[in-house]
Design a protein around this ligand. Structure first.
Ligand SMILES: O=P(O)(O)OC[C@H]1O[C@](O)(COP(=O)(O)O)[C@@H](O)[C@@H]1O
Length: 267
């Protein structure tokens, strides 16, 4: 088994990573559906919800806000990231070292690897430094494994997602974050390829609550250990309500329709 340094960012072996690196990856456009969420304080508050097992942010937000939340929130510090203004082959600048992440109080580090990009070799080497630096300091390692680049047009196909999951295991991640491949069966293949590494599903903007929760539930049934979620929570009018429902689906394996009904009645 892996050393599993990611226990600090999970609960009973399951995780709900609240991702909030969108200000760098996509820019202010992601805050438009729910303008309050441009204020990082709103998201740090949201991360105190019981369902959230860690909050993924970049260094600048951790420096400014984490000191007030370190008793209530587990920090997953993203070490690389690139803006949407970058027009080259997929790549991600290393913005923080594991040493500094540990100083900021991180429980785990997050790192994006774009396998298939012309920059894959450098990214894998950068990941090595981050992964080994995290291991030395007892921090968990979460890989955003997003194959994409010049030679890879369909980065969402099940085979490519399974390959991404496998790369997480091979390169030493505790948790591999992959896009949902569209079905429970394909998610099961990705989970199998990741072996002892945890797989969490990530991504997107689905407006239909039940359809979104159904994907999460399918992923859990297929062996995924949780979700890394950003826009599907903070772009909703009532982010707390979908977190209530996610908590039931992920940690109690409640059926999505029932989870939604319970979340609604709690309002
Ligand atoms: O590279 P992409 O596909 O634009 O997505 C990047 C974003 O997706 C995530 O991995 C997950 O966020 P969402 O749940 O909002 O899709 C974020 O951490 C990241 O900012």
């Amino acid at each position: 088994m892996l050393p599993h340094a990611a226990d600090d960012i999970s609960r009973d072996g399951k995780s709900l990573i609240l991702a909030y690196d969108h200000g760098i990856e996509h820019g202010p456009v992601d805050f438009e559906p729910n303008p309050d969420t441009a204020d990082p304080e709103r998201i740090f508050e949201l991360a105190t919800h019981e369902a959230v097992t860690s909050l993924a942010v970049q260094k600048g937000l951790a420096e400014a806000y984490y000191p007030d939340y370190e008793d209530e929130v587990n920090l997953l510090l993203k070490l690389n990231g690139t803006s949407n203004l970058w027009m080259g082959e997929p790549d991600s600048a290393v913005n923080c070292t594991p040493e500094y992440a540990a100083e900021l109080g991180a429980d785990a580090i997050g790192f994006t690897v774009y396998a298939g990009s012309n920059h894959e070799v450098e990214m894998a080497e950068e990941f090595r430094e981050a992964q080994e630096g995290a291991r030395e300091r007892g921090m968990g390692v979460v890989m955003w494994s997003y194959p994409r680049g010049q030679g890879l047009r369909n980065d969402g196909s099940p085979d490519v997602i399974s390959y991404g999951a496998r790369l997480g295991l091979e390169l030493g991640a505790d948790v591999v974050k992959v896009k949902y491949p569209g079905s429970a069966e394909a998610m099961g293949d990705a989970v199998e390829m990741a072996g002892p590494a945890d797989v969490v599903m990530s991504g997107g903007t689905m407006r239909d609550d039940e359809a979104f929760l159904r994907n999460v539930s399918n992923a859990i049934d297929a062996g995924a250990t949780g979700i890394a979620v950003g826009r599907n929570v903070f772009q909703r009018d009532e982010p707390e309500r979908i977190l209530d429902a996610l908590e039931a689906v992920i940690f109690e394996e409640v059926d999505p329709a029932e989870a939604l009904a319970v979340a609604e009645s709690a309002d």
